[in-house]
Design a protein around this ligand. Sequence first.
Ligand SMILES: [Zn+2]
Length: 144
Amino acid sequence: MDYFRGFEKNSAVRGIFGEETEKVLRNLKVDFIWFGYMGVSDDDGHLMVNKRYLSTGRTEDIYLDVIHELCHVKQHMEGKELFDPRYDYVDRPTEIEAYRYAVQEAKRIGLSAAEIRVYLKTEMMSTQTLDKLIKNMNINIEKS
Ligand SMILES: [Zn+2]
């Protein structure tokens, strides 16, 4: 609540935590790191954010990443294994759920299918892997 202002009023965030939204966000620790983008600690479920990404990333990307990571916060609260090594990244159920939710929000804020593909494709992801992720999400990014 100190660093990401107003998220407790955001409909997508409320969709994740419901009545518990304020309580969860008030207690959610944010750790500033110097690598990657954003992540959630598998130990205690706190949020880790690259400070450089916050100052150089695109606003929509950062916003959607926060939504994605908050899904992981919720999954961690439910006792789910966030980094289950039995799955490849794009096949992991916790990732598919978080990506689906972020893409739903991306559509709501008006991103086009092409923009959503750009958002989803990180530099470590090949086009085939991206297509697999989109297929796994079982979501039509062309239309709302
Ligand atoms: Zn994730």
